[in-house]
Design a binder for this molecule. Structure first.
Ligand code: AMP
Length: 293
């Protein structure tokens, strides 16, 4: 069989697209009836190699994989990019077919938030650490609510989230623990472009010039980590990191050294493990990144 014919076949046999809750429940029940383990990989679509790495990790840990694709309106503020967020459903499906994903859960906003929907989770702890929450106060309430719904709709054995969104990973881990949702939250390493830029659906917003500047964010994190390891006081290393990013043309929201588990501010490297986290705007595009020290 030719390569094209083979890939057409794979696409025809691609993941089953599920759009209603009863159909989702039936599909999961069938997997459970066969005693198959189930992994969930929640996404907002516009899939890139970072998302696909989560799927590959899920594949190692469970027999069946469900990827959700839902651009969740409640985690965007009115002035943010919900309307213009990239939507590439057909290409997403083709990529997931290659990875032999079993099902794509793609509900409409009406299915997730029917008329009369009146409940919202208000996460605390890592959700109030003073980083993303400070600049996007609506964000973690929206994320926690939609992730709780996804986890309860499917009750997977594991759910895979990227370390790219490090504070979010901690919020989701606390959510599953605190609400006694029987799922293991698995964190997957950040996938980067060759020049170090963390892959993100929002990188598509960058102009050619901004794209050339963008790796400065990761470079500043790496330089900061190296300085910390060679004994530079934390406050100084953070100020240098922030200045480097500003010189490159970013507007910095935050550049922080936090305890990698609790996200509490940290004064000395010895109080770690330490994670460096940054968010900054390049033109109209907001980028985030983080690395361990
Ligand atoms: P999103 O579609 O941006 O909401 O992301 C869906 C999931 O993919 C989240 O768990 C993200 O943390 C994860 N993710 C996004 N970008 C990357 C990346 N570059 N490397 C690893 N995981 C990522």
């Amino acid at each position: 069989m030719t390569r094209t014919a083979k890939s057409a076949l794979i696409q025809r046999k691609g993941p089953r697209v599920i759009r209603s809750l009863p159909a989702l429940r039936r599909a999961v029940a069938q997997m459970r009836a066969k005693r198959e383990t189930v992994a969930l990989v929640p996404t907002m679509g516009a899939l890139h190699a970072g998302h696909l790495a989560l799927v590959r990790l899920a594949r190692k840990r469970a027999r069946r994989i469900i990827v959700s694709i839902f651009v969740n309106p409640t985690q965007f503020a009115p002035n943010e990019d919900f309307g213009s967020y990239p939507r590439t459903f057909a290409t997403d499906l083709a990529a997931l077919a290659e990875l032999k994903v079993d099902a794509v859960w793609a509900p409409t906003a009406k299915t997730m938030y029917p008329d009369g929907f009146a409940t919202r989770i208000a996460p605390e702890g890592p959700a109030l650490a003073g980083m993303e929450d400070k600049f996007r106060p609506h964000f973690f309430g929206g994320v926690a609510t939609v992730v709780a719904k996804l986890l309860l709709q499917i009750v997977p054995d594991i759910a895979v989230f990227g370390q790219k969104d490090y504070q979010q990973l901690k919020v989701v881990t606390a959510l599953a623990r605190d609400l006694d949702i029987p799922v293991k939250i698995v964190g997957a390493p950040t996938v980067r472009e060759n020049d170090g830029l963390a892959m993100s659906s929002r990188n598509a917003y960058l102009s050619a010039e901004e794209r050339a500047t963008a790796p400065a964010l990761h470079r500043a994190l790496k330089d900061c980590a190296a300085r910390l390891k060679s004994g530079r006081p934390i406050a100084e290393a953070l100020a240098e990191g922030r200045a480097a990013i500003e010189r490159a043309g970013f507007m910095v929201d935050y550049f922080e050294a936090r305890h990698a588990e609790t996200l509490a501010p940290i004064a000395r490297l010895a109080d770690g493990p330490v994670r460096l986290l940054v968010a900054a705007k390049l033109g109209r595009t907001r980028l985030i990144d983080n690395i361990p020290v």
